[in-house]
Design a protein around this ligand. Sequence first.
Ligand code: NAD
Length: 336
Amino acid sequence: MRASVLLAKDKISIEQRPVPALAADEVLVKVSSVGVCGSDVHYYKEGRIGDFVVEQPLVLGHEAAGTIVAVGAGIATDRIGERVSIEPQHPSATSAETMSGRYNLDPHMEFYATPPVDGAFAEYVKIQSHFAFAVPEEVSDDAAALMEPLSVGIAAARKAGITAGSRVLVAGAGPIGVIAVQVAKAFGATEIFVSDLDEARRQQALEFGATGVIDPRETDIAELNLRVDAFIDASGATPAVLSGLRSVRPGGVVVLVGMGADDIALPIPVIQNNELVITGVFRYANTWPTAIELVRTGRVDLDRMVTGRYGLDQVEEALNASTLSTSLKTIVVPGL
Ligand SMILES: NC(=O)c1ccc[n+]([C@@H]2O[C@H](COP(=O)([O-])OP(=O)(O)OC[C@H]3O[C@@H](n4cnc5c(N)ncnc54)[C@H](O)[C@@H]3O)[C@@H](O)[C@H]2O)c1
C-alpha cells in the first residue's frame, strides 16, 4: 500500500509498505478521510511533542475514517463493507485505568501517529474491531474522520459539567475551540463566550454558535466578571488560562484542554475561596457513540469546518495549510 511517511523533521515522502497484518480482534480499514491535527504539524516541524520523539519513520494522522475491507479471525465477516469512524487508540485490556473505564489514561496505550505507532496517512490501517464505529449514511467520510477532535470536545464538555442553561467561556477558537463551542451548545449551554487573538477565528466562533466573542488584547477578560459555570481552555496560552480561571463563578469548573507552558503559577486564594474544580483533559474515553449521534442529528456540523482537502502525496501541503488562521480542518483523502 502507499503511505505518507515522516522520515525526519520537515521530510515526508510516499513509501510502499505492506498492508497491516491483523490480530484476531482487529479489522482492516481502507482509509477514506483523515483530518490533520496540530500534533501532526508539531511532529512534522519539530520532530517531537514533549517526551514523544520521532526516532524512526512515522506515519502521521490519527483522525480517520474508512471502510472495513477485512477482519481478523475472531471478528464476524459481516462487518466487511461497513463505513466506520476510527477511535485511534489501543489500550491494554487489563490495566486499572482500562478496567475503571478511563482507558485513555492507560500507561500502556498505543495511539495512532504517536511514536512509535503509525497513523492513518496511508491507504489502509488496522484497529481493534470495537474501536471501529459504524457510521450512518447521512454522516460524510470527512465528518466520520472528525469524530476524533469532536471527541475531545465531548470529553471537555462532560468534565465541565455543561448542561441546559450553562454559561461557558472558551479560550481559543481553533478547531478544538470551535468544536467545544458546538458541543457546549449541543449540551444546552445558553451563553458561550469565546476569546481569541485572531479576528478571523473569533468570527468563525460566532458562526459556529458563540454568543459573544472577546479580543483579549482589547479587553481584560477577568475584569468582565463573567461568573461562568465553566471555563474551557482550548488555547494553551498562559494569560488565557489565568483570566479564564478568574471568570468562573464560585464552585465552577476549569477544564484545561490546551497544551502550552508546562508550569503556570496559579492564584491559590481564587481557587480556594471559590472552591474551583480544575481538571485536565487527555484525549477521551467512551465518546464515539455520542459524537456520531450529535453529527447524525445535525447538532454538531463537522463538514462545515473542512477548509481544504489534499491527496496522499500532498500531505506536506496539507500540514502547512492547516497552520493558517483561515483554515479550520484540513483533510487528507488517500483516494484523491
Ligand atoms: N488535551 C487533549 O487531549 C488535546 C487534544 C487535542 C488538542 N489539544 C490542544 O488543544 C489546543 C487547541 O487545539 P487547536 O487545534 O484548536 O489549536 P490552534 O492552535 O489551532 O488554536 C489555538 C487558538 O488559541 C488562540 N490563542 C492564542 N493565545 C490566546 C489567548 N491569549 N487568548 C485566547 N486565545 C488565544 C490562537 O489564536 C488559536 O486560534 C492545543 O493546545 C492542542 O495541543 C489537546
